[in-house]
Each structure stands twice: as structure tokens, then as C-alpha cells.
Design a binder for this molecule. Sequence first.
Ligand SMILES: [Zn+2]
Length: 527
Amino acid sequence: MKTELTFHGAASCVTGFCARLRTESATVLIDCGLFQGPKTLKALNYQRFPFDAAAVDAVLLTHAHIDHSGQLPKLMRAGFVGPIYATSGTRALCEIMLADCGHIQESEVEHLNRRNERRGRPLVEPIYTVRDAERVMRQFAAVDYEQWTQVAQGVRARWWNAGHILGSASIEVEVDEAGGPLRLLFSGDLGPGGRDYLRDPTGPAGGGDHLVVESTYGGAERPPCSPAERRAALAKEMMNAHEAGGPLLIPAFAVERTQELLADLIQIVDACEAPPGEIFLDSPLAIKACDVFLKHGWSGTSNPFDRIRAKGHLHYLEKPWESDELDNLRGWHVIMAGSGMCDAGRVRKHLKRLLWRREATVLLTGFQAVGTLGRLLQDGRKTVRIQGEPFQVRAHIRALDIYSGHADGPALQRWIEARGPIGGRLFLAHGEPEAAKALRERLIAAGFSADSIVSPVLDQSFRLERTGVVESPSQRRLGAAQPAALDWHNARSELLNDLEERLDRAQDDATRLGLIERLERDLQPKA
Ligand SMILES: [Zn+2]
């Protein structure tokens, strides 16, 4: 039997990375992430896996982000009993992130079931609980960077620093086959390089058979930015937000971005490069992650996160009521709250009370996936809905791309070229179709043959030959164009927003009534 590679996630979309490698003697998964973004995509999290979880021998984990690790407890519940290989940094972060995710699953289902009960619909179960997240940690096995580990019968793997978040890795896999090992490399998420908090991404040199590369920012080209320039840009955003009257709300990705931003914010305030003010970290997960960074964030002899301690200007808000008290605070201060794409967590509470205030500033600092509230704000929407309620956007919406944990197009190209020559195929995964297309065009312009580049769709399966691939039949859960597209839930929000706006803007009540009557006529069944 030929080795077969199937993409069960992050294929023509950014989230839910999961690749299944089936060899003659074993089945291993590379990551097992949760889908995020449009509801159609998130609904997949509630469905069964499209493969037998009990038949998986091992999971090789690139990094702790939930869109790469978030379905591990579900995999265990579905019968997976094998080891989960990961670096010690990834393990430490997964311990807090999976428990947090379990907690979110439990409370979302509780909320949903209250509604289901009211509407007489059947109750649903959480995908997994905090207890499941704690149990799956027993299956973790630590690996060291750049050391070969036997991960299953006839399969070896080696982890390389990917410079994306603490513990992140690209994973090199060798599969024993007649005629010598088949060599694959999974990039995981790749960091931008040139950052003081992260190492530059590394990887094996000397070529391989097939390469699977992320393409999140495949269409982006960022000017180089030194740590000093980065802090200066953040200080400028702080000055502007202060001038507008404050506060500054930073929707934060709890792990890595939050700690980097905090380290910079504290350094800026300590150096008097921005007006002094209180900094509130309003994310229980990010607070826990700060401890992990104090323990594991060492680069050489110093820990760049050492200044992040809850003293002086920095306050940790652990309890929900502490977070509610910020409502009484006026004037200049900084609030960081999760989630980074604004579609979950405490940040929604702050957006509800700040979005309509002209003196407030919201600073987006990371990737905003299609269908998320963060993306709508970034796209300049004037009205948005939060938990079904419409809100006018009067606050200053700013975006700062320099904290992104992802390599841009040129950096991806450099990383790919350093791994070459590739004898087989280059799979572009983990990107929205436009980004993957841009990276594909960039690589073709750099001399890669168009035939060698494959952009897989969800659940697409390939038999791996040494110099090429043959597509094998597979069950698809979604249509090819669906994963990154806005779905009817987004369309409904948009229609409702549009209606609210038109009704608000209408000259008088007669016009408003006329508009509603016209809509009602259209809703009548056609004779
Ligand atoms: Zn990631």
C-alpha cells in the first residue's frame, strides 16, 4: 500500500489544521485543530471525525494554538489512546489552552441549551469538557527540537523551531518504504523571523519528497520592522488613543501576542514614551499563559518576558466582576482582553460598551479570519452585531500588523527555498483561497513549476509517490468553495444590519413604514 495523505482541516481555510498520514504500518495525525470562523465551518466541530479515531496510532503536534490542538480531547473521547508528541513548551501551553477551550465548550452549550429548551428543540452535548481536556494531557509525550523520535511503527519524526509561538515547530516525518524512506515536512505555522521574542524559523536542509506549507499571509508583504520600530509604532498608537480621550482596547490573542504586547507596553510606559496609564489584562487564559512564559520563555540567558508581573501599572483581572468594574473608569487606560478576533470571550463585553464611544480606540493586532467580528471591524463596518444586538461603530478602529506571528509571502518563499529541492509536491494549506493563490503565483514567478504546487480542499486525499501524487477518492464534508466563504448566518447578520441602518437613516416614519411593507410583501409566498 502507498502512503496516503488526507487534509481534514485548514484546507482552503485557515483553521482546524489536521493532516492524516496513513502508511503501510501506521496512521498518524499531524495536528488536530478546532474549526473557527463561519458557523458552517464551526458546525464540523460537532460532527464525528471523518476517520476512525481508535485507528490513529499517534498525533504529532506542531504547536498549542487551538486551531491546531483544539480537537485533541474530542479525539480521545472518540477512542484515540495513543501518544501525542509535542515540545515541552507546547505541552505547557496546551495544558491551559485545552482546559480553557473545554470551559468555553461547556458554557456555550449551556447557553445554547437554555435557548433550545425555550424553543422546544433537543438538547446538545459539549464537544468536550474541562475534565476531558485534563485527561488528554496524560497522553502527551515530550520531544526535543532537532532530535529524531520513533512515533509509530515505521514512522520517525523530528521537530524544528518554527518561531511562531512558544514551543512551535515544523515537523519532519520519515516513513519507511521499500526503496528508502519517504520524506515529508509539515511547516506548521511559521513565524515572521527578525523578532526579539521569537527565534527565526528553522528547518532541515537538503530536500525532501513532499512539503506541506501554511499560507495564512501568503499574499502579504510587510516592510521589515526592527523591535525598536515596532515599539515606536505601538507608542504612536497609544499617543493617538490617549489624544482621542481613551481608553485603548486591544483584542488580544491570549498566548504569545498578549505577552509580547504586554512586554512592549510596559517597556514603553516605563521609558515614558507614551502617557503613563493603567494596563488591565482581562483574560484568565492570558494571565495563566503569562506564568508559562515566565517559566518557559527563556531565550539563552535572559527571559524577555521577565518584566510581565502584576505590579505597578499592570493589573490582572481574574474575576468577571473585576472586569465589570472597568465600566466606571473614565479617561486614559489600556485594556487587553480575549479573544483576538473578537468573536468570543470578555472582549465582547468591552466592545459593547466602547464601540459606540468616539473617544475610544480599538487596536487589532493579529489575523482576522473571514466571518469574525474582528474582520468586520477591520473592514470598516459602521454597524455590527454582537450576540444578536446591533452596535454603531464610532470608536477609532486601528490595525497594527507588526505583531503578527506569521511569515509574510517573501518569508514563506525564503523558508520553502531553504528546504529544497522538493522532489514531489508542495501543498499549500492553512490559507484562505486568495492567500494561497497569491503564494502560488509568487512561487511560480520564482521558478517553481505550476504542476508541483497543490492547494488541497477539505478532506481531499492523495497517494504519495516519490515524485508526484495521485488523488484518491474521499468523502467530502463540505463543497470546495465553502470553508472560507461567508455563510447564511453572516448573510442574515448583514441583512439585519443593513435594515437597521436604512431605518435609522430614513427621513421620516412614513418612509420607514413603506420600507417594512415592501419587505413584508416580498416575504409573502408567491401565488
Ligand atoms: Zn498558530
